[in-house]
Design a protein around this ligand. Structure first.
Ligand SMILES: [Zn+2]
Length: 326
């Protein structure tokens, strides 16, 4: 297809038509994308935008795990539970009991479920994926919505805390979502956002092979200072930014390194999620070697993440914002 026949590259965040091509990336279905950066708002976005068919293929059963849980081996799910519990504890410390909490993109609802065990809270979750939301619906202490967040879902100043844990980069209409959040979050309410850090050393080093690029599911990215600026324009002030993450960052380096040497991306990651049909050319022994590489190098890349975090160059970042509207 020649360039003129392609759809215009429109910024996912601000709608500007002025952007620069940065690098290319191939997804797990061998579709080629470009990563572009908007000249106006500095948003990085996936181009061309994936079609509905490409997205539903990408969010298939294997994305959320074929079984009850997302990850099927290595005790990975147990470890992730530990992280979720720790995250829940931190949330509970931020607000008094009976507060109302919304987790956008709540997945299986495990995170909200942990909060429910720590006290009496009004818990709301939004999960658009059918399989994940069915699992979340089994948790009766959560008010679950399986459609995208819209203006009319909740009243003004309804929530004390809203969380977007690795969800912002998946949003089709991120600017609109932030406006709704600003409206339904109380004055002084807390908004927690975690995102891949496209300004990180791992992003700069691996470009199209970077794990957290995750095409075509991740539609947009921001460098930390650009997101902070945009959030300030939306009426949010930064309370805290945290870069070090054992859960996200060391594996980001390991899988990106493996992507450099393998012909297909995310072979190890897909197998860990129980997606046994992906890249069958990689046999048991090959995956075993990849697993061994992962185990042996994990401590090293925890150490490098401590250094990267000092420079705000870790693979992912967690922001805590406060709604400054009156
Ligand atoms: Zn833009």
């Amino acid at each position: 297809m020649v360039m003129s026949e392609k759809a215009k590259a429109i910024c996912r965040f601000c709608g500007s038509e002025h952007s620069d091509s940065k690098f290319k990336a191939i997804d797990t279905f061998d579709t080629l994308y470009e990563i572009r950066q908007c000249a106006e708002c500095r948003c990085w976005f996936l181009y061309p935008p994936p079609t509905e068919e490409q997205l539903s293929q990408a969010y298939n059963k294997a994305y959320y795990g074929a079984a009850e849980e997302k990850f099927t081996f290595f005790y990975v799910e147990k470890l992730l539970d530990l992280f979720r519990r720790r995250r829940a504890k931190k949330i509970v410390k931020l607000v008094p009991e009976h507060s109302s909490i919304l987790d956008i993109g709540c997945g299986n609802g495990d995170f909200l479920n942990y909060i429910s065990k720590m006290g009496n809270y009004q818990l709301y979750g939004i999960e658009r994926d059918e399989i994940a939301s069915k699992r979340a619906a089994l948790k009766t202490n959560i008010h679950l919505q399986s459609t995208a967040l819209s203006e009319t879902d909740f009243g003004e100043n309804f929530f004390d805390i809203i969380t977007l844990i690795h969800v912002f980069e998946h949003l089709w209409s991120p600017e609109q979502t932030l406006s709704i959040i600003s409206n339904i979050l109380k004055p002084g309410g807390i908004l927690i956002i975690t995102i891949p850090n496209i300004g990180s050393w791992q992003a700069k080093l691996f470009k199209g092979n970077w794990l957290h690029l995750d095409p075509p599911r991740h539609l947009l990215f921001f460098e930390p200072n650009d997101l902070i600026r945009i959030m300030q324009e939306k009426g949010f002030s930064l309370v805290k930014e945290q870069y070090f993450s054992i859960e996200q960052n060391p594996f980001g380096v390991i899988q990106s390194l493996l992507n450099l040497v393998c012909k297909k991306r995310e072979v190890l990651y897909e197998r860990m999620k129980g997606n046994m049909h992906y890249a069958p050319e990689y046999g048991r022994f090959n995956v075993f070697v990849q697993k061994a590489f992962f185990m042996l190098h994990f401590p090293l890349f925890i150490a490098t993440d401590i250094i990267a975090a000092l420079f705000k160059r870790s693979g992912t970042v967690k922001f805590t914002f406060k709604n400054t509207k009156s």
